[in-house]
Design a binder for this molecule. Structure first.
Ligand SMILES: Cc1ncc(COP(=O)(O)O)c(C=O)c1O
Length: 438
């Protein structure tokens, strides 16, 4: 069978059998992967600038140690009924993970995905504070199960027909490139924080009734939006005024992606609860919710899930943490160095091509936003989709974010050679869009 026919056959069957996915563009049919590269079923090789949606931070299909630890654990025992029985490995994992967290964190819950990690955080913050409401941000993505979806406010298609979503209020995120208040940082004096005081917390719910503010330290699905350096200090000040907990969703931005284990560490602020998933399981499903010890305990039986603490992702996850621990400084330097290469190149491209409106990011979590004209900033949605396709045709995997952005999140371990080659393909794809600077 011809390669093209093989791909089309799979895609046709997939569309018949599976109800919905988020796939919107090119036809990549995954077969295998290693290091910097992914291969499709016809043997075509791709450089991956997506880390398979922020999962393979330590290389496509994870490092050999992670895989071997998982294989060994499969032979010993996979599922240990961690909600009912005890086992040692999750303790080792938890103790290791706590080494990467600020002091005072010592209570953990294990689940199987990002949305579950956030569901747990929603319930825990309500239990800890005995308050009902939650404040979250427009453009945010926290998952798609009922509770987390109440927080998510990134695209209507994700929420339409699924409401009502009780007890959540939303407020604008500091999206400075498109400031909802038409202001400029730092002259704005954080109008977006004043707004929270003046509107949601004055007109909709009393601050004293809000249990938690959920946020992403860098909005991922919403468009790779990076808040100004002091934003989270201001947010924490506001939260403290009302005794509200801060819940930091590190599911996409965490795990060394920005050069720090927690992306929030770039802002010199600590939260009260952190949630992690994606990369933390080394390629297998694992969600973690970590709370400050001082917040107390939750009643036995008030939350649990059958597969939480499954030993296979925990074994791989532990190896991943050991790898990070051993290589923390070099991962940090590499994120800075390689992130610097990416940002420099994208900024040069922004100077050359009318279509690139903004480049933003920290470490190796970088977004570029496409616009029809720099002056009016009309989102270049179709062009962004064409760009992904052009890049794919030349052997580069890219994923979208927000309305018209592209996320650049290669594995942290990518070689400089693959990085350069990927950036060359990206620039060729941008050139092909033919909207040059006038
Ligand atoms: C910041 C953030 N939170 C939560 C989620 C949901 O994670 P999952 O898809 O594992 O449920 C995602 C997924 O993209 C995410 O990026």
């Amino acid at each position: 069978m011809k390669a093209e026919d093989k791909i089309n056959k799979i895609i046709k069957k997939d569309k018949q059998l599976f109800m919905t996915t988020t796939r919107q563009s090119y036809n990549f049919v995954a077969e295998k992967g290693e290091g910097d590269f992914a291969y499709d079923i016809t043997g075509r090789k791709f450089i991956d600038f997506s880390s398979f949606i922020s999962v393979y931070n330590l290389g496509i299909n994870s490092s050999l140690n992670v895989k071997n630890a998982m294989k060994r654990q499969i032979d010993k025992l996979m599922h240990a009924a961690f909600t009912d029985y005890y086992s040692e490995l999750p303790l080792e994992f938890a103790e290791y993970l706590l080494k990467f967290l600020p002091r005072g964190f010592g209570r953990m819950f294990l689940s199987n995905s990002g949305t579950e990690a956030n569901e747990a955080a929603i319930k825990f913050s309500k239990l800890f504070t005995k308050r009902q409401y939650i404040l979250a941000f427009y453009n945010s993505f926290h998952g798609r199960s009922a509770g987390s979806l109440g927080l998510t406010a990134s695209r209507i298609v994700q929420r339409e027909h699924f409401g009502p979503f009780p007890n959540t209020v939303h407020t604008p995120y500091p999206y400075c490139y498109r400031c909802p208040f038409n202001q400029k940082y730092p002259g704005c004096g954080f109008s977006c924080i004043d707004y929270i005081r003046k509107y949601p917390l004055s007109k909709e719910v009393a601050g004293e009734e809000v249990s938690a503010i959920f946020f992403e330290p860098i909005q991922g699905e919403g468009g790779y939006i990076v808040p100004p350096k002091d934003y989270f200090k201001e947010l924490k000040r506001l939260a403290d005024e009302y005794g509200i907990l801060l819940v930091d969703d590190e599911i996409q931005a965490g795990y060394m992606r920005t050069g720090k284990f927690l992306a929030l560490d770039n802002f010199d602020v600590t939260a009260d609860i952190y949630t992690m998933a994606k990369a933390i399981g080394g390629g297998l499903p694992l969600g973690v919710t970590i709370a400050k010890t001082a917040l107390g305990d939750i009643p036995a039986g008030s939350h649990a899930t059958t597969f939480g603490g499954n030993l296979v992702p925990i074994a791989g996850g532990l190896e991943g943490l050991k790898y990070i621990s051993k290589n923390k400084k070099s991962l940090e330097n590499m994120a800075k160095y390689k992130g610097g290469i990416i940002t420099k190149r994208l900024n040069e491209m922004m100077d050359k091509y009318e279509i690139i409106g903004d480049v933003r990011g920290i470490g190796m979590m970088i977004g570029l936003e496409l616009v029809k004209t720099k002056e009016k900033k009309e989102p270049a949605i179709k062009e962004r989709d064409k760009l992904k396709q052009y890049a794919f045709d030349k052997g580069l995997l890219l994923l979208p974010a927000g309305q018209s952005s592209i996320r650049i999140i290669p594995p942290l371990t990518i070689s400089e050679q693959s990085l350069m080659k990927g950036l060359d393909i990206l620039e060729d794809a941008v050139k092909k869009l033919k909207i040059q600077r006038q």
